[in-house]
Ligand binder design. Structure first.
Ligand code: PLP
Length: 372
């Protein structure tokens, strides 16, 4: 028995109580007049207390570390992150009275850094996305702390069989809808942990739903999937915060994925503007990636004469990105002209069809599908 047994018990109790105090996040139906008998939903994970889907993951990672006796009352907590996970982990670390250090790319949105600091965390910066892993490991060694390592542990820390996960919540909320079993769940990948949970849950519960993972530019997930090569790396950093990685993360589980789609970054940004027009609310750019891929699949369903529902995730709140993704000058400088995608989305809204249909490769999983 760990000598910290009493403290661990108390810490787990605090985390469970926090969960009990907060309601399930809402499922939002997105009206699209151009779609006939095809319904689109967003599971709004921005409504968590720390503003993103990473609230669930941070809770799971702390529970994983606590139940494994990896952290005690004096353990500094270290994490590598593009920001959202670190915000949520800083929140839980503060709840448990533990010091927290986030290792992040220097380009991380200013507002995210402020939120980490607001929860008492400290930010350490590296120049390239790929540098966060060794820097976090090194910092943990120096401080004699625990490196949480979401990229490795996200897939195993999150429950996928039971009811304490986002997949169960989606199917539970969809049960009231006219097409209760979605044709597609759509998610992008940062750690890959959320897509792993969604895909495992679909398989385990034997649902007919398919899983599409959307990837952004400057990321290896899409190519690794279609070429069945987990060793791929890339030098550039993703420009869509939270998703897209320079290496295939250990938590990315290709065997649970039916299809991947490569979404142009400018399309992701256009889609969050379009979503704001529909809902009056701002979302982070990964939500744009998710939703653009979802709309593409809906278009394909309509072309094929299918009816049904599609569900994707609203990953985080766009108010965090006012000085970047919601700053037109910044967007033009980093992504060029997004108006062709805005025109496509308007066309889609009216007639369910992206008139000037561009890029977006959709590829079924050839090698792994047979054995899955
Ligand atoms: C805003 C945002 N969207 C999407 C993701 C991807 O989720 P996952 O890490 O579960 O693949 C992340 C991950 O950090 C994120 O922060």
């Amino acid at each position: 028995m760990s000598s910290n047994h009493g403290w661990i018990k108390q810490a787990i109790h605090q985390i469970m109580a926090e969960e009990a105090h907060h309601p399930e996040t809402p499922l939002i139906k997105l009206p699209v007049p151009g779609l006939q008998n095809i319904d689109i939903y967003l599971k709004d994970e921005s409504c968590h207390p720390t503003g993103s889907l990473k609230h669930r993951l941070a809770r799971s990672l702390f529970l994983y570390a606590l139940t494994n006796g990896l952290i005690g009352p004096d353990t500094p907590i270290i994490e590598s992150s593009s920001g959202s996970t670190a915000i949520s982990e800083a929140y839980f670390a503060r709840m448990l009275g533990l010091p927290f250090y986030a290792v992040m790319p220097r380009t991380t949105a200013r507002k995210k850094i402020e939120l980490i600091e607001q929860y008492g965390g400290q930010a350490h910066f590296v120049d390239r996305a790929g540098d966060i892993y060794p820097a976090a490991r090194q910092l943990a060694e120096t401080l004699n702390g625990h490196y949480i390592d979401q990229f490795t542990y996200a897939e195993r820390a999150s429950d996928w069989r039971g009811s304490d996960n986002v997949a169960h919540a989606i199917f539970d909320q969809m049960a009231q809808e006219r097409f209760p079993l979605p044709s597609w769940l759509v998610m992008s990948a940062g750690t890959g942990g959320t897509s792993a949970t969604l895909g495992r849950h679909i398989h385990y519960r034997q649902y007919p739903t398919q899983l599409c993972v959307a990837d952004c530019e400057n990321s290896v997930f899409y190519d690794a999937f279609i070429h069945n090569n987990a060793q791929l790396t890339c030098q550039q950093s993703s420009r869509i915060e939270g998703i897209g990685r320079p290496r295939v993360e250990p938590s990315f589980i290709p065997g649970v994925i039916d299809t991947m789609m490569a979404v142009p970054d400018a399309a992701s940004i256009a889609t969050i503007y379009w979503l704001e027009k529909q809902t009056g609310r701002k979302a982070g750019p990964s939500t744009g990636t998710n939703l653009y891929a979802t709309l593409k699949l809906a278009q394909q369903m309509q072309r094929d004469g299918e009816t049904g529902s599609l569900v994707t995730l609203w990953c985080d709140d766009g108010e965090r990105y006012l000085d970047c993704y919601y700053n037109p000058a910044w967007v033009r400088q980093h992504f060029g002209d997004i108006t062709p995608y805005l025109a496509q989305l308007d066309s889609f809204e009216r007639n369910g069809n992206f008139s000037a249909d561009q890029q977006s490769k959709i590829t079924p999983q050839p090698e792994l599908q047979a054995g899955a």
